[in-house]
Design a protein around this ligand. Structure first.
Ligand code: NIG
Ligand code: FE
Length: 414
């Protein structure tokens, strides 16, 4: 069965040959085709181009026509950093912050990640799955077609495996392309508060081998931060994970630059995420590496902390990806349109840079750049059709709105 989308006012982020990522000044370039069509077969993009060169329909019986009605078509967003599986919201802490406490104060009082872990440990796998599926379907409506999801609200063998099994079920039940990440080293559980090495032993010697054996994680992660886990913990974990062939995507430089970027890059991390605080050594470590710097502006917005220096990275010739960090504590929104707006408004990225950062570069940051992240022959037909809008800049411009009309994943209308 073939599908043809016609009457597309502008087809955005087209690619002739698949690229790894876009970096530096190239991030400001975006290929588009005005008055275009896209052809899809068996969930894969088989052709696209200007309506002028469209050869028309050869087999009417086996072709479905979708009329874009003058809307634009974009590849769906790739959200390369989320904590989508969680048990409960944390708006109480949100109110505490309004009243003057900060993220660290709240964590010290037993709130934060430990609060989420306690709730998750007492929630069934089925309940977690149902709640996460509802969230995932909401993200699809907002144009997301690929998501990385982390564990890290379990912090025990059983609870970490429970989250990763939920993610596995989501992979089986959704058209969204999903990657899972084992984040056992997210916070130190109370039982280990004076025994961090003991907890790292548990993560590395007991949980990680089980996760690897059951093939529950595509990636490994650690919160490398003062008061959480050190650079040495990070090295230990990444070395152990690499023995199982599992690459890292790490939480680094959210509040302090302590060397997590270099340690992650040296150990072959696919991405380093957060990067609100960056120093010269961090920029140097990223230069000429294969690691994608990933910025999470919704977390900066929500916590009132600095935004990662996207423009500085681009100026230095680096690539940049943007993701939501969707989680109940520091970014309770999975809306990539809002992330795109923050990229433009708060970080002064151009609309072209933001499109590249949320599609092809974010696809690289989750290891799926060969299958997603652009409109390219042979890639998956994951795309969204907008309402009629005057230009692609309108999408980040009209912040807080959803201009997305229809979403197609694997060639199927959602
Ligand atoms: O990416 N920084 C560490 N982890 C999450 C927040 C977790 C939470 O507060 O629940 C983040 O911001
Ligand atoms: Fe995060």
């Amino acid at each position: 069965m073939k599908t043809v989308i016609k009457n597309i006012s502008e087809l955005v982020q087209t690619e002739e040959t698949p690229k790894k990522w876009v970096a530096g000044a190239d991030m400001n370039k975006l290929n588009t085709i005005k008055d275009a069509f896209v052809e899809i077969e068996d969930g894969i993009i088989t052709d696209f181009g200007s309506m002028d060169v469209w050869i028309g329909i050869d087999d009417w019986n086996n072709t479905e026509i979708i009329d874009a009605e003058g809307g634009m078509v974009f590849p769906t967003y790739c959200d390369s950093h989320t904590h989508l599986v969680f048990a409960a919201s944390r708006e109480g802490e949100f109110v505490d912050r309004i009243n003057g406490l900060n993220y660290e104060d709240i964590a010290k009082r037993g709130g934060g990640i430990l609060n989420s872990a306690e709730k998750l440990q007492n929630t069934s796998e089925d309940q977690l799955f149902e709640d996460a599926l509802v969230r995932l379907n909401e993200l699809v409506k907002m144009g997301t077609g690929a998501v990385e999801i982390k564990s890290g609200y379990g912090l025990t063998l059983d609870a970490e495996l429970k989250i990763l099994r939920v993610i596995k079920r989501l992979k089986e039940h959704s058209d969204v392309t999903i990657k899972s990440t084992f984040l056992g080293a997210h916070a130190l559980p109370n039982e280990y508060k004076d025994n961090k090495d003991g907890y790292m032993d548990l993560v590395i010697n007991e949980i990680l081998p089980k996760v690897a054996e059951e093939k529950l994680a595509d990636y490994v992660d650690i919160f490398c931060e003062k008061g959480y886990f050190t650079v040495d913990d990070t090295k230990r974990l990444l070395e152990a994970a690499s023995k199982f062939g599992i690459k890292a995507k790490t939480h680094v430089n959210q509040f302090n630059a302590i060397g997590g970027v270099k340690a992650s890059v040296d150990l072959g991390a696919l991405s380093v995420d957060h990067l609100e605080e960056m120093n010269e050594d961090d920029f140097d470590a990223l230069k000429n590496s294969d690691c994608m710097p990933t910025i999470l502006p919704a977390c900066s917005f929500f916590l009132g902390i600095p935004y990662g220096p996207a423009k500085e990275m681009i100026k230095r010739g680096l690539p940049v990806a943007l993701a939501t960090d969707y989680n109940p504590g520091s970014a309770p929104s999975g809306n990539m349109n809002f992330v795109a707006s923050l990229g433009c408004i708060q970080m002064k990225m151009t609309p072209e840079e933001v499109v590249n950062a949320t599609t092809i570069n974010a696809a690289y940051a989750m290891g799926i750049e060969k299958e997603l992240g652009s409109i390219c022959i042979g890639k998956k037909a994951n795309l969204f059709i907008t309402k009629p809008i005057p230009s692609y800049a309108y999408l980040p411009y009209e912040f807080g709105h959803n201009v997305i009309d229809r979403v197609i994943l694997n060639g199927r209308m959602q």
